[in-house]
Design a protein around this ligand. Structure first.
Ligand SMILES: [Zn+2]
Length: 154
């Protein structure tokens, strides 16, 4: 009887935890919308499954012109070129985003607690934001280059 009760509690505990986690993850993935039919498989993997491109693989690491960085999926304007800096990490890095460009959530994967951010317009993943950046705000937006496209100022 005791054994049965223990098993029952285990099952109950499991379903309680999953009922806390699953709807959120489900809703979160459901809120990501691919609107650009030309995205590559690699881009979709990063945007939908929150994977990360290889460091130093993005040509945007070396982009130094004036302009704006847009969401490669929906085209929303996300960063101004004056917020870009060379973090040495191998990913395009920014001290701040344009107001309202992103929403964040806490990401516990790989045994770390990190702040994930995603496009406020289409919901796709872009990168993680850390508190070790330069300047007064101390923010470092570490963005996958594949999630961005750059439009130089004309
Ligand atoms: Zn977007």
């Amino acid at each position: 009887m005791l054994n049965f009760r223990r098993k029952f509690l285990k099952v109950l505990g499991f379903s309680y935890i999953s009922s806390l986690l699953l709807p959120y993850n489900f809703l979160f993935s459901a809120s990501k919308k691919i609107v650009n039919p030309d995205l590559s498989e690699e881009q979709k993997k990063i945007m939908l499954n929150e994977s990360t491109e290889r460091p130093f693989s993005s040509p945007l690491n070396n982009e130094k012109r004036k302009g704006f960085y847009h969401c490669a999926n929906c085209g929303a304007k996300l960063f101004a070129s004056n917020a870009k800096f060379d973090s040495g990490t191998g990913w395009p890095s920014f001290t701040e985003s344009l107001p309202g460009a992103f929403k964040t959530k806490i990401d516990y994967s790989f045994g770390m607690q990190r702040t994930e951010y995603h496009c406020a317009s289409c919901g796709v993943h872009h990168g993680h934001v850390f508190n070790d950046g330069p300047g007064t705000q101390k923010k470092r937006f570490c963005n996958n280059g594949l999630c961005l496209f750059f439009k130089p100022e004309s």
